[in-house]
Ligand binder design. Structure first.
Ligand SMILES: Cc1ncc(COP(=O)(O)O)c(C=O)c1O
Length: 337
């Protein structure tokens, strides 16, 4: 009848996404944030309470604190690497548990099976942002999570040239999401974007396999580099939750690697200026390797204390490892370091 209601091209992408995430249905949205906002607003209303992981994408945190807060929806942020912290924060008016794994900024993990069970027992809806892992590596719905959200801008698209999002769940949840918040706030996906997303999705299994392999090799290489103090990668035995990663990231450990430089802010800034193959860009999931140093870029506007409180150390560097020849990437990082 009308493309804000439904569109046949977008519907094909939605069916593919639902199949990949093992969901009954999916709805595609204008951006990852539109997916997150729509999924949350399907569950909560004024007076309700959310328990959320504190290690989440900063705009999601902002959405909960500023936007939902002003609508009378309160959120409590907990260290969700500990399922007991989630259980303790549940109140009589809690309706939703919100997770992201691997999470920003240190690639910490949430135990989806354990937290899914806690939410189910308390009669709550559990939502997980699966953007960093992609459905090739991790399927939260199989582990007892009710709803998966994605920034499809990342691994679904894969080429950094379109913005979109996804909500995947039961048919009943997706229908409520479409007919209640999404249709009226209007953040739907355009058909041409769905076409680009489908082109990207066709190669997602192949791309993610290469992202996984390149990231693991680079993480192992960085771990023995004298300029590097610490490497965060779920695929390394040194990651504090490596056993959990092996259990729930059954396809691989993803393309995101974080590391802390011994030389702090100056070393981070120098590396940003020195790399030639890695591109300085804040997104992720692209065919090209993207590198960021939050302390001298995205987080240079917040105080050092606030930044450190968010887990963003002076020398923290985030790599979205791309599909290039891994030896070329290592050579670029070596000359940069
Ligand atoms: C984990 C995660 N979730 C959600 C988003 C938001 O997605 P979008 O930029 O497509 O709205 C991002 C964006 O970087 C992200 O990294």
């Amino acid at each position: 009848m009308y493309s804000r209601w439904a569109n046949p091209t977008v519907a094909v992408f939605e069916r593919k996404a639902a199949a990949l995430e093992h969901g009954e249905a999916a709805v595609a949205t204008a951006s990852g944030m539109a997916a997150i906002a729509s999924a949350i607003l399907t569950v909560v209303k004024a007076g309700d309470h959310i328990v959320a992981a504190k290690a989440i994408y900063p705009s999601t945190y902002h959405l909960m604190v500023q936007q939902l807060g002003s609508l009378g929806i309160e959120s409590t942020f907990v260290d969700a690497t500990d399922p007991a912290a989630v259980a303790t924060a549940i109140r009589p008016n809690t309706r939703l548990v919100y997770l992201e794994t691997p999470g920003n900024p240190l690639l910490s993990l949430c135990d989806l099976e354990a937290i899914g069970a806690i939410a189910r027992q308390a009669g709550l809806t559990a939502i997980c942002d699966n953007t960093f892992a992609s459905p090739i590596n991790q399927r939260p719905l199989d582990l007892g999570i009710d709803v998966v959200v994605h920034s499809a801008t990342k691994y679904f698209c894969g080429h950094g040239d379109a913005v979109g999002g996804l909500v995947v769940s039961s048919r009943a949840f997706v229908e409520r999401c479409v007919t209640e918040p999404l249709r009226y706030y209007g953040g739907i996906m355009a058909p041409f974007t769905a076409y680009l997303m489908m082109r990207g999705t066709q190669t997602m299994p192949l791309r993610v396999e290469r992202h996984n392999a390149n990231a693991l090799r680079i993480a192992q290489w960085l771990e023995q580099h004298p300029a590097v103090a610490l490497v965060n990668y779920p695929g390394l035995p040194s990651h504090p939750q490596h056993a959990l990663a092996k259990r729930q990231m059954t396809g691989g450990f993803g393309g995101m690697v974080c590391f802390d430089l011994k030389g702090g802010v100056d070393a981070g800034a120098r590396l940003m200026n020195a790399v030639r193959l890695c591109s300085l860009a804040v997104s992720l999931g692209d065919v090209r390797t993207l590198i960021t140093h939050p302390a001298s870029t995205t987080h240079s506007v917040v105080t050092r204390e606030a930044r450190l409180a968010q887990g963003v150390a002076d020398g923290l560097v985030r790599l979205s490892v791309g599909l290039e020849d891994v030896e070329d990437l290592i050579a670029d990082l070596e000359q940069g370091l």
